[in-house]
Design a protein around this ligand. Structure first.
Ligand SMILES: [Zn+2]
Length: 287
């Protein structure tokens, strides 16, 4: 998509409002979901350019190390939008080393996480709060576009809350509420759907469970009888298949939108979360 950095109205020479070219405002989002949210908030502001810091396919960057290219992007940004809660802790390292002069918007400000779980973006209700934080942060730095940021954020947050209502309606479809999650990012979807988490398979973000842990999880599931195992589509599903086979508890896969295509359309988060709703509706509708 071509970036419009300057715009003039037809009566350029007489129009004082447009005689001064709008300066490009460079905004850098640390992670893929925050990038999607920021692009939606700025969608009607042609002088705002939003870039993504880490590659879109990275997923959870808890252990990410900044590359020289990343440092260049950070140096050019006027505003950095971050997830917060430790997911993009690499920014601390950057600010400790470089005298970054960008303003930072922390999307998690004022949002209460589930049990110190930093994956706020995976819940549509929490995502709506992040979107409002982005609009407020951008408006404080760029008053000219404040109306456009706030209007776009309101419309987007409303659609996210509609998805949350759809998840919430799932609670009425099943009497048994216990679920086992592959990764704790899924806890936000489970919470919105009124499900309760019996266990999380991956204790650690990037390490698959040991054989001993799978045995312990199998015993736990046999006693607590969860209704479903939910795998995270961004991780290999081998441990989920093993547990499902050992316990007879069915499994479905959901996408937390931690990662996605670099050229994701504006409605990517909504489209993925809609498929997540459909997957759960299909499963619980058959219960
Ligand atoms: Zn994570």
């Amino acid at each position: 998509m071509p970036r419009v950095t300057r715009f003039y109205c037809a009566s350029f020479f007489f129009c004082t409002a447009h005689a001064v070219a709008a300066e490009e405002l460079r905004v850098l989002a640390t992670t893929f979901p925050v990038y999607l949210f920021t692009r939606n908030v700025t969608r009607d502001c042609p002088n705002v350019r939003v870039d993504l810091l880490i590659p879109a396919q990275t997923g959870c960057p808890h252990e990410y190390t900044l590359t020289p290219q990343d440092l260049q992007k950070l140096a050019k940004a006027r505003i950095i939008v971050r997830n917060g809660l430790g997911i993009d802790a690499f920014l601390h390292e950057y600010f400790a080393r470089a005298a970054g002069n960008a303003r930072v918007i922390d999307c998690s400000a004022g949002v209460k996480p589930l049990r110190a779980n930093p994956h706020l973006f995976a819940g549509p209700k929490e995502a709506a709060m992040m979107v409002r934080n982005i609009a407020a942060g951008l408006s404080a730095q760029d008053a000219d576009n404040a109306n456009a940021y706030n209007a776009a954020a309101r419309a987007y947050a409303d659609r996210l809350l509609e998805l949350n209502r759809r998840l919430a309606a799932l609670g009425g479809l099943t009497r048994r509420k216990g679920v086992v999650l592959q990764h704790d990012a899924l806890a936000y979807i489970a919470d919105s759907a009124g499900l309760s988490v019996v266990a999380v398979i991956q204790e650690d973000e990037d390490t698959p469970p040991s054989a001993g842990r799978l045995v312990a999880l199998t015993r736990r599931m046999q006693s607590e009888k969860p209704v479903l195992i939910i795998s995270d589509l961004q991780y290999p599903d081998k441990p989920v298949r093993t547990l499902s086979r050992e316990t007879g508890v069915p499994a479905v896969g959901l996408d937390t939108v931690a990662a996605g295509p670099a050229d994701a359309p504006l409605d990517y988060y909504e489209a993925v979360m809609t498929v997540n709703c459909q997957t759960l509706e299909t499963y619980f509708g058959q219960q």
